[in-house]
Ligand binder design. Structure first.
Ligand code: PMV
Length: 329
């Protein structure tokens, strides 16, 4: 018996960032977060389970993966096997349609697609909330790539359940994300290792204590389509996270001089009256958020920076979805 499923998921960009875990084993984040799924960027993953397969294998963009990256995927598959009560192993193939090594996190779309394809291949049909809760064990931000559009990751204080849900669909607001790629190098310190240091920064406590206020402001800005309010809270939140990173022990500097140069440019474009804002994840690339009608102009301006290697443009995107599912053959 051989079971196969394919799924697609989009990456997401957070306006309110997740940085630090309150409970590492249960993957409970120190604070809630809000993001927007972005397409057409996507990961497509096929999981084939077969009794003839003795250990999980992973092929990413046509290349076999080994070592720690494979071990992380195998552990995630173990979790799905426990849920499904199965001992079948899998052949996993995954393709990103965005440039490999563009310094863009593919772990969110990757683990969201794997959660969906992996559970479907083992015969499970989980509701969105459970799928999102599962995806976080692959990568925290992956839980936000399960629901569609504008998404909030929250922890229920009573039940302790932690999962993401959609606060508005993708077509709610015509935003765009113009991503200035400054480095194609792999991050020296990935987000998992980086956020273990968060608590060592004297600023993390203040960042976390103020998170509910920022979450409320961001949620409201999205629901009201209030760009100025979204810009204010997005920049504040990105700067707070990077301040924590830079003041952790040992410190983490993800910005490059050109990152700051672009942030300054965005501020001058705001002074011209343009609806633009910026946010940076655990890397030097700058996500310039704007409205769809300004996307072409923002991309053109970003391409003029000598340090900018490429600019990707993306729009709000829908939920993770199953592409195919083949039952026992
Ligand atoms: O999901 P992870 O472990 O890759 O962490 C994501 C961390 C940030 O991208 C920096 C912030 C976020 O909320 O996406």
């Amino acid at each position: 018996m051989n079971m196969q499923a394919s799924a697609l998921a989009h990456p997401n960009i957070a306006f309110i960032k997740y940085w630090g875990l309150e409970d590492e084993a249960r993957r409970i984040p120190a604070n809630g977060s809000i993001s927007m799924n972005i397409g057409p960027l996507a990961t497509e993953t096929t999981v084939t389970c077969d009794p003839a397969i003795k250990a999980d294998t992973l092929t990413l963009n046509g290349k076999p993966v080994s070592g720690l990256a494979l071990a992380r995927v195998q552990q995630f598959m173990d979790r799905i096997r426990r849920l499904a009560g199965s001992n079948l192993h899998a052949r996993i193939t995954s393709e990103n349609n965005f440039p490999a090594g563009a310094g863009l996190a593919s772990s969110a779309s990757g683990f969201a697609a794997l959660a969906l394809a992996g559970t479907a291949a083992l015969g499970l049909d989980l509701p969105e909330q459970e799928l999102s809760a599962l995806a976080r064990y692959g990568s925290g931000s992956a839980c936000r790539s399960i629901p569609g559009g504008f998404v909030e990751w929250l922890t229920d204080p009573l039940s302790g359940e932690t999962y993401a849900h959609s606060i508005a669909p993708a077509d709610h607001w015509d935003l765009a994300d113009c991503i200035a790629i400054l480095s194609e190098a792999h991050k020296p310190i990935g987000s998992e290792a980086g956020m273990r240091r968060a608590a060592s920064s004297p600023l993390q406590e203040g960042r976390v204590l103020d998170a509910d206020r920022r979450l409320a402001a961001c949620r409201e800005a999205i629901l009201e389509r209030d760009f100025a309010a979204l810009a204010a809270v997005t920049e504040l939140d990105s700067n707070l996270m990077h301040a924590v990173m830079m003041t952790s022990e040992p410190p983490l500097y993800y910005w490059q001089p050109a990152s700051l140069e672009i942030m300054f440019a965005v501020r001058s474009w705001q002074a011209e009256g343009m609806q633009v804002t910026f946010t940076l994840d655990a890397g030097p690339n700058v996500h310039v958020i704007t409205i769809r009608t300004l996307m072409g102009e923002v991309v053109r301006r970003l391409r003029q920076f000598p340090a900018v290697l490429d600019v990707l443009s993306a729009l709000p995107a829908g939920p993770a979805r199953l592409l195919t599912q083949d039952s026992p053959s």
